[in-house]
Structures are given as structure tokens and as C-alpha cells.
Design a protein around this ligand. Structure first.
Ligand SMILES: NC(=O)C1=CN([C@@H]2O[C@H](COP(=O)(O)OP(=O)(O)OC[C@H]3O[C@@H](n4cnc5c(N)ncnc54)[C@H](OP(=O)(O)O)[C@@H]3O)[C@@H](O)[C@H]2O)[C@@H](O)CC1
Ligand SMILES: [K+]
Length: 484
């Protein structure tokens, strides 16, 4: 499991740890880890000795980390030059270490842009967790020059300019090839758009784990976590004990959505799929194992979870499903005009699965606001609806209405998933996991994980259809179980 803590939590833990350690110990640990990554990257491009390293140094400890790491690189024979953005406030100990190790700080006679253009590696120590509100104007030209050079750009802790706590990028930020963070991930390492700015992220252990709270703010499941959650039939299981998932989807206009949602549902571990709606013929033609019923859902027979909404158009069904006493997943057309009171009144779990546009409509804000602030949006939706919410997108988030549950971030997403019908597959799959007995947050995060993995494997760098994603689910499940 990858976990992330907010800046406030990190600062509290850092103070507690610092009280027990000699002065500057944490920064030395951080800088040593940073320097080791830089050495590794320089070796891959040639060698450390004689390489040209430029440090972008801001006014705080983030710059201090860069300066100490620069000192270590200078001791190994790299030519290290520091661009001090606030010369009078640069970290004094770090600067002394750099100068004492043979590095230099650029004076007025050197043009930082020439030096950056010739660099092999740039270390971004402008801001870390103390940064707010995007890069300041004086930092923008050097950040752009770093990106425009042929150098590999390594961000210290976070790419400067991103918001550590939300993953938002307000204004300009530096795009790194790699980010070296310390003690724990922060939300910005896991959530787009900041995640994308960070490149490959490495975590350096500085001993913070022992003082961090046991429950993080965010968590991203990995294969082993998902494998533990997957439903596994036992000797006593029959199709009803494994769970029946009811799919209320499709319409005369969109029969395909019904077929895709059923395709997803058949791969989620439920023992049977009951389709309810007007697209029964199309469903049966493709999946003869499906139990079909024209509706309404209340008359269709017992299920352990409902999926309602994909391609539904104006067909009814949402109210029936919400009135049931089993878990309900609401997606797509089911989300239009969704009655928050009806959702809040439910005693069984409800899982809403909007994409950014649908989330924006539910919240009454522009879509861009949801895309830029995904964490805030998903939390607001859980609060308004009293439901678990899976917010689809470049980093899919799953949040439960219980604020003590960490928000789950899906790490397997791929841009190839932005394809018509893939959301219908996800709904069916996740509903099936609900019917097998998984709690809503687990069903949502396991569903998103398998769905992303299936898309990645099916795509392998080329476009995929929603059908390909559904067909890839069995392989994704196997990969998770076998740990591949
Ligand atoms: N926590 C830990 O466990 C450990 C932390 N460590 C390291 O310390 C880092 C945190 O250091 P920090 O607190 O000194 O803040 P930091 O990010 O350097 O910012 C400094 C100053 O920048 C300024 N500034 C703000 N916004 C800006 C902007 N947009 N553009 C430009 N400037 C801006 C603002 O100063 P102002 O100019 O407003 O006075 C702010 O105070 C952390 O990320 C990690 O690298 C490790 O060494 C050890 C373990
Ligand atoms: K940085």
C-alpha cells in the first residue's frame, strides 16, 4: 500500500522526531537519499565525475536539501553550481557545505540560463511542502530553462509550484523527470495533475514512519492489497451465495451500455448477473448466461447489489433501486438529478461513480473546478450525498462518507481508458464486487484497480475499446492474484 499524509501531519511528526535527534539529522538523511538518486541518474547518463549539476535553491529547507546533496555530488567530482533565488535567505549550513566541497554559487558574472543549458542534471530545490500558490514570477524563467535544457530534472520532495495537500497546480509548476520525497508521500504525489509533474517518485526513509499516525489521509492499493480483497468462492458457495448483481442499464437508444455493463458484471466475482431493462435481447445474444427481466427492478427478483444508470436514458429504475435494502451503485444517467435526500435516507451502502463532468453537475460547479481539485470534489460529494463516491478520471479517487477512512487513489489508470463505454464496464464490475460482499470503498477501489490494469494490458500503447477492457479483466484478476 502506498500511503500519503497531509503537510500538517508531516510537520507535526517531523517536530516530534527532531526533538529526539541531533540538530540537522533529518536534513542530512534527506540529502543523502537525494544525492544517492542523483548519482544513480548521472551514472545512467555517463558518470558522476565531471558531470554538470545545477541546483535551483529557494529560501527554505527544500533548498537546504538541494545544497547538501549538491555538496555530496561535488565531493564525488561533479561540477555543481547553485542558482540562489533568494541569495540572502539561502540555507546557510547547506551553502557552506556546498562551497566547502568545491561547489559554487552563481554570481552576477555568470548567466544562469547558459549554465542551465549545459547541465546534465538539475536539482529543483525551490519549494517543497512550504510552497504555496504556484511558482513566483522570479522562479518561472529558471524553471522553464531547466525543463527546456537536455538535463534530467530531479525535484526535491515535490516539484516546485504544486500544491502538496491537494495535487492541484495553481499557476506554473516545474515538470520533473523524477521526484525524491522524504518520510512519506504527500497527496500531491498520488493525485493528478501534480502527480504527473512529479515524474517517477522515490521515497527516502528518514525515520518518520515511527511518528506518523497509523491512519493516513490517502492510500493507493497495490497488487497484494487487491489480492487480499478479491472475493474467492469456497466449497460451499453456490451462485446465490456468491451474490447476484442486478444491472439496470441500457435503453432503446443505448442497448450497448447494457451489454458492456453486463460484460463487466460477469467478471466481478458475483455468482449471477440479472439484467433488468429494455435491452434484454442484445444482452442475451452476447451473454446467454444472463438472467433477463423487462423490469421494473422491484419485480425482477432478489439481488445482493444493484448497478443502475449506464445508458439508461430516461428509463426509470433509479428510484426502485434506491428503495431497495441492498448496496446500490449509481452511474451515468442514474446520476442526473439524483435526489440527495433519497440517497442519504438509505440504510444500505450507496456508491456513486461520476466522471468529472457528472461530478460537476452534481456539485453545481464548472467541470474544470472538479478536474483541478479532485480531492476536494470527491470529499464534498461524499458529504452532500452521505454516500461512497468513486470519482473517475486520470487519477480515480474513492472516498467514503466516514472521514476517518483514508481516500483511496487508484494507481493503475491509463489515458487509454478515456474511451466510450469503459465506464459501463467499470460499473458492472464494481457492482458485481458489491454483490460478492465487498464494502463500497473496497468494491470501488478494487474495481478501478482491475479495470485500469485490464486497460493497460489490453492497450500496451495502442487504443483499446471498452470490450477489450472487459475481455482483459480475467487476465488482470489473475495477475493480481499471482502478484505479477
Ligand atoms: N518535513 C520533513 O520531515 C522534512 C523536510 N525537509 C525539507 O524541508 C522542506 C520544507 O521546508 P520549508 O518548511 O522551509 O519550506 P520550503 O518548501 O523550502 O519553502 C520555503 C519558502 O519558500 C517560499 N515560498 C513559498 N511559496 C513559494 C513559491 N510559490 N515560489 C517561491 N517561493 C515560495 C516561502 O518563503 P517566503 O518567501 O514566503 O518567506 C517558504 O517559506 C521539505 O519540502 C523538505 O524538502 C527535509 O530536509 C527533512 C525532513
Ligand atoms: K522542489
Amino acid at each position: 500500500m502506498r500511503i500519503a499524509y497531509s503537510v500538517e501531519t508531516v510537520r507535526t511528526a517531523e517536530r516530534e522526531l527532531m526533538d529526539r535527534l541531533p540538530d540537522g539529522a533529518l536534513m542530512r538523511r534527506a540529502a543523502a537519499g537525494l544525492a544517492a538518486v542523483c548519482v544513480d541518474l548521472l551514472r545512467r547518463r555517463g558518470r558522476v565525475y565531471g558531470s554538470r549539476v545545477v541546483l535551483l535553491v529557494g529560501s527554505g529547507d527544500n533548498g537546504g536539501d538541494a545544497l547538501y546533496a549538491g555538496a555530496a555530488l561535488a565531493r564525488r567530482g561533479a561540477g555543481v553550481a547553485a542558482v540562489l533565488l533568494a541569495p540572502e535567505r539561502a540555507h546557510a549550513g547547506g551553502l557552506a557545505a556546498l562551497l566547502g566541497s568545491g561547489g559554487r554559487s552563481l554570481d552576477n558574472s555568470s548567466d544562469p540560463f547558459d549554465v542551465l543549458a549545459a547541465a546534465d542534471l538539475v536539482v529543483d530545490g525551490i519549494t517543497g511542502i512550504g510552497g504555496r500558490g504556484g511558482l513566483r514570477p522570479d522562479a518561472v524563467p529558471v524553471a522553464r530553462a531547466a525543463r527546456g535544457s537536455g538535463a534530467v530534472v530531479v525535484a526535491v520532495d515535490l516539484p516546485s509550484g504544486v500544491e502538496a495537500d491537494s495535487g492541484e497546480v495553481v499557476g506554473e509548476a516545474l515538470r520533473a523527470d523524477a521526484t525524491v520525497t522524504f518520510g512519506t508521500y504527500k497527496p500531491g504525489h498520488l493525485i493528478d495533475p501534480a502527480r504527473e509533474y512529479a515524474g517517477a517518485t522515490r521515497l527516502v526513509d528518514i525515520g518518520l514512519g515511527s511518528v506518523l499516525p497509523s491512519v493516513p489521509e490517502l492510500e493507493a492499493l497495490q497488487h497484494a492489497d487487491v489480492a487480499r480483497l478479491l472475493p474467492v468462492p469456497t466449497g460451499e458457495s453456490d451462485k446465490y451465495r456468491r451474490g447476484v448483481v442486478g444491472v439496470v442499464a441500457g435503453s432503446a437508444r443505448y442497448p450497448g451500455a447494457a451489454v458492456l455493463a453486463v460484460a463487466g458484471a460477469l467478471h466481478g466475482g458475483a455468482g449471477a448477473v440479472r439484467y433488468v431493462g429494455p435491452a434484454g435481447d442484445a444482452v442475451i445474444a452476447r451473454f446467454p448466461e444472463t438472467l433477463v427481466h423487462a423490469g421494473p427492478p422491484a419485480k425482477a427478483g432478489r439481488v445482493q447489489a444493484w448497478v443502475v444508470g449506464p445508458g439508461l436514458g430516461d428509463e426509470p429504475g433509479v428510484r426502485d433501486a434506491l428503495a431497495s435494502d441492498v448496496p446500490v451503485l449509481v452511474d451515468a444517467d442514474g446520476l442526473r438529478g439524483l435526489d440527495a435526500g433519497a440517497v442519504r435516507a438509505r440504510t444500505a451502502p450507496t456508491l456513486l461513480t461520476p466522471h468529472a463532468g457528472e461530478a460537476a453537475a452534481l456539485l453545481g460547479v464548472p467541470r474544470g473546478e472538479v478536474e483541478a481539485g479532485r480531492l476536494a470534489a470527491v470529499r464534498e460529494l461524499t458529504a452532500r450525498y452521505g454516500a461512497t463516491v468513486l470519482l473517475k478520471g486520470s487519477t480515480t479517487l474513492v472516498a467514503s462518507p466516514d472521514l476517518s477512512d483514508p481516500v483511496r487513489v487508484n494507481p493503475t489508470g491509463t489515458p487509454w481508458l478515456a474511451t466510450a463505454g469503459s465506464g459501463d464496464v467499470l460499473s458492472g464490475l464494481t457492482g458485481s464486487l458489491l454483490a460478492s460482499g465487498l464494502p463500497a470503498r473496497d468494491a470501488g477501489s478494487v474495481g478501478a484497480y482491475l479495470h485500469g490494469l485490464a486497460a493497460r494490458t489490453a492497450a500496451r500503447g495502442a487504443p483499446v475499446s471498452a470490450e477489450d477492457v472487459a475481455a482483459g479483466l480475467r487476465g488482470a484478476w489473475r495477475d493480481v492474484v499471482s502478484g505479477e
